[in-house]
Design a protein around this ligand. Structure first.
Ligand code: GLU
Length: 411
């Protein structure tokens, strides 16, 4: 099943509950605009490379379109389209005044030098600058991009349109960014993980956690849950999985990764296991925080965790979702669980527009408030209708976008 088909399936489950007409479904699922551009760049060795970049602007009924920019070799139009649609439902679930968009460039960032990365980013903005902007579409970091890339985007866009830091979020704190943006997605995952653990009748001290992916999201979720007394028994990255029965020392693992070019390769504070076996560990909480599509019909039966919190976008394939639901596994869906990033992006954009700086305490407090409110609403709806948290979150998102669309007047 392709990525967009998977989102469509989840969408339709919620649309059935909402009794949406076929015409309304088609309107809400179709992207407003899909742009594909050529990115021709000169590499450090003098060779010419032609890359393909995408920006899918899915919906703007509730505000400017918003979503990350992914640099990854597996990026294609179908994936970007599915992620753009997820952003629309995500911003609506947490009720921030945005629509949804997503961009991507099909490139392996690990093979790029810093200068090549900068040239690709600036060239991408050269091709796209007319369709993005603080009131239309605001990019942000995603896989393979970071605060530095966002600074280049702002700088390049401003060359065409004049100074306006609100054109992009996730910028460096020293360069129009906001404190707490980098940790925000992982922190949001941590906050809602604890809430769900509590609802399921567990205490943090008795919660063993396995986290797949130790990038920005996975490492910050680990830090938060470790500080909350959960036992992080396994972490992983592309170099493999790392397991320790009585809990990994997370600050030590982070220090190690920072000193080794963001890799856990060679980390001796835990026993080495495979990435696949990490997913199948006997834990209370499993957090996929890497690529999409890692939990499939092939491995779903082996998963032992009673709770999965989707820190990554679309980590559970629909057939696996069904198998896990039958076994009573609770899944906190991506559009709610990982919405902390875009929520703090919103605060950054507000800060940029008001020229008034926020402190870290205020960011964290507001993040917790927004995430908690969305969680309570989703949980309540799921209980009321006896549906999954995913279908409830989609229902909340779809109904808010549908209502705004109708209020504005469709034709
Ligand atoms: N890329 C992140 C996401 O998937 C953040 C998007 C944003 O901050 O706009 O939610």
């Amino acid at each position: 099943m392709k990525s967009f088909e998977a989102v469509e399936l989840y969408f339709n489950r919620a649309a059935d509950q909402l009794e949406l007409t076929d015409n309304m479904r088609k309107l809400l699922l179709t992207a407003k605009r899909e742009v594909q551009v050529q990115i021709a760049v000169e590499m450090d060795n003098g060779e010419l490379q032609t890359l393909i970049g995408y920006r899918v602007q899915h919906d703007n009924a509730r505000g400017p379109m918003k979503g990350g920019l992914r640099f990854h070799h597996e990026v294609d139009l179908d994936e970007v389209r599915s992620l753009a649609s997820l952003m629309t439902w995500k911003t609506a679930v947490v009720n921030i005044p945005y629509g949804g968009a997503k961009g991507g460039v099909a490139v392996d960032v690990r093979k790029l030098s810093e200068r090549e990365l900068e040239r690709i980013t600036r060239k991408f903005v050269d091709e796209l600058h007319d369709v993005i902007g603080p009131d239309t579409d605001i990019p942000a970091p995603d896989m393979g991009t970071n605060a530095e890339v966002m600074a280049w985007i702002m700088n390049q866009h401003n060359k065409y349109h004049g100074f306006n830091p609100g054109v992009v979020t996730g910028k460096p704190v020293e360069h129009y960014g906001i404190p707490g943006r980098e940790e925000a997605t992982g922190r949001g995952v941590g906050i809602l993980s604890l809430k769900t653990v509590g609802r399921l009748g567990h205490r943090p001290q008795n919660t063993r956690v396995a986290i797949q992916g130790f990038g920005n999201v996975g490492s910050h979720a680990a830090t938060f849950l470790h500080a909350a007394d959960c036992k992080i028994v396994a972490i992983s990255d592309v170099s493999g999985g790392y397991y320790k029965e009585d809990g990994i020392n997370i600050p030590e693992a982070i220090r190690y990764a920072n000193e080794h070019r963001h890799s856990l390769e060679g980390f001796s504070g835990a026993e080495k296991i495979s990435n696949d076996s990490l997913l199948e560990l006997d834990v209370e909480l499993l957090i996929p925080a890497a690529l999409g599509g890692v939990i499939t019909a092939e491995n779903a039966a082996q998963i032992r965790a009673p709770l999965i919190v989707e820190a990554a976008n679309a980590p559970v394939r629909p057939d696996a979702d069904e198998m896990l639901a039958e076994r009573g596994v609770t899944i906190l869906p991506d559009i709610l669980a990982n919405a902390g990033g875009v929520t703090v992006s919103y605060f950054e954009w507000v800060q940029n527009r008001q020229y008034y700086s926020w402190g870290l305490d205020r960011v964290r407090q507001e993040l917790e408030r927004v995430m908690t409110c969305a969680f309570e609403e989703t949980w309540e709806l799921a209980r009321e209708r006896d549906i999954s948290l995913r279908t409830a979150a989609f229902m909340l998102g779809i109904s808010r976008v549908g209502r705004a669309t109708v209020l504005a007047g469709i034709t």
